[in-house]
Ligand binder design. Structure first.
Ligand SMILES: Nc1nc2c(ncn2[C@@H]2O[C@H](COP(=O)(O)OP(=O)(O)O)[C@@H](O)[C@H]2O)c(=O)[nH]1
Ligand SMILES: [Mg+2]
Ligand SMILES: [Zn+2]
Length: 358
């Protein structure tokens, strides 16, 4: 495997590289990002990079490149000169989340990821609904999902919880490990092929950095102490960063996400596949599975075919996604109104200046 393939490069990106001027095109991958400063990895080495001015101006926040993106830089990155990012290649997959703050805006967590592990502790962190929420985002990203239940060493009997997760997210591989003791890690390692890009998501303190260390076989990522009261970790991973695994594969440790907001309904059906299929048989196409007649989903709950708690989780996630979508629309409407307001102010000014004549 050549250097670029080891970094996850493939035909999808190669075909976007045609240079109109026939000049040198240097593909590189964003390995870390911190306040607009980038670290990029290329075939010949790594170095700092920054966005070309015209790119920075042209791109909205959601369009700015993030960790995992393939870009074209003006020269081979190296230690002495900051490379300029000239172009961002189209993404194969993208994992986004709602940005912090009031507006429901999408923020890139990781681009061009093949597999995302949802990491959840078998301690106080354990929460099936949170796992489903992450899985919905993964479903929307285009990457493959898997679940890692970590801290098996502090859970007297992990198996009922494993069963619970498997019942709710049928078809998604679930790995039970103790990252701290490096137990159960072979299975996780085996899921990561050479040239594959893998991201770890999950709440802060779930053990993502410890997992990276276990996979690296060394202390590479700083890990945080967990407050025993609530099982939550301190925030130590301050920015997203790639690490290259010995034996192949790229790992991305993400800082803990206090809140993973669903921006829309995308991906929910990948987690609740059976329910979406049932919904196709409801009498009304826009059935909310509440009190409509001829609701196939309600009927399945009544007959016991569909577990009541799965239906409950599905409903709550759908409602939350819809509420956020509305909020997003509302935000855009207000923005549009502001622009109109400014415009009519200017028109009024203009009229005054013309002496009140229309
Ligand atoms: N008992 C136990 N503790 C773990 C395990 N994995 C991680 N931890 C601890 O959980 C805390 C948070 O781990 P960290 O990797 O920083 O979590 P992150 O925020 O997800 O990156 C640290 O104190 C780790 O030592 C595990 O398998 N068992
Ligand atoms: Mg961490
Ligand atoms: Zn229905």
């Amino acid at each position: 495997m050549d250097e670029l393939s080891a970094l996850g490069f493939g035909p999808f990106f190669a075909q976007q590289l045609q240079s109109p001027g026939g000049g040198e095109v240097v593909p590189a991958r964003i390995a870390a990002e911190h306040r607009g400063a980038y670290e990029v990895w290329a075939a010949t080495g790594s170095g700092r990079a920054q966005l070309a001015g015209r790119l920075r101006l042209g791109l909205e926040e959601a369009g700015l490149p993030g960790v995992g993106d393939w870009v074209v830089v003006d020269h081979a990155p190296g230690p002495d000169r900051t490379a300029i990012i000239e172009r961002v290649l189209e993404r194969r997959t993208v994992f986004t989340r709602g940005a912090a703050g009031r507006e429901a805006r999408a923020q890139v967590v990781a681009a061009n990821v093949d597999l995302v592990f949802v990491v959840c502790g078998l301690d106080a962190d354990f929460n099936v609904r949170r796992i489903e929420r992450y899985l919905a985002r993964i479903g929307a990203s285009g990457a493959q999902p898997a679940v890692i239940l970590n801290k098996a060493d502090v859970c007297a009997d992990p198996w009922p919880r494993v069963d619970e997760v498997e019942r709710h997210v049928a078809g998604v591989p679930v790995h039970v490990v103790s990252a701290l003791r490096s137990e159960g890690m072979e299975e996780v390692r085996a899921a990561i092929g050479a040239g594959m890009t893998v991201a770890l998501v999950g709440s802060s303190g779930a053990g993502k950095s410890t997992l990276v260390n276990a996979l690296l076989g060394q202390e590479r990522m700083r890990t945080g102490k967990v407050r025993t009261s609530d099982g939550r970790g301190c925030h130590v991973t301050t920015h997203r960063q790639f690490v290259l695994l010995p034996g192949g594969g790229l790992l991305l440790d993400t800082p803990g996400m206090r809140e993973l907001r669903l921006l829309d309904e995308a991906g929910i059906e990948t987690v609740f596949r059976g329910i979406s299929e049932l919904a196709g048989h409801c009498r009304f196409r826009d059935c909310s599975h509440d009190s409509e007649p001829g609701c196939a989903v309600k009927a399945a709950v009544q007959s016991g075919e569909l577990a009541a708690d799965r239906f409950e989780h599905y409903r709550k996630l759908e409602l939350e996604a819809q509420a956020n979508e509305l909020r997003h629309d509302e935000h855009r409407r207000r923005q549009a109104e502001r622009v109109w307001g400014q415009l009519s102010d200017e028109v009024a000014q203009l009229r005054k200046w013309k002496g009140g004549k229309p």
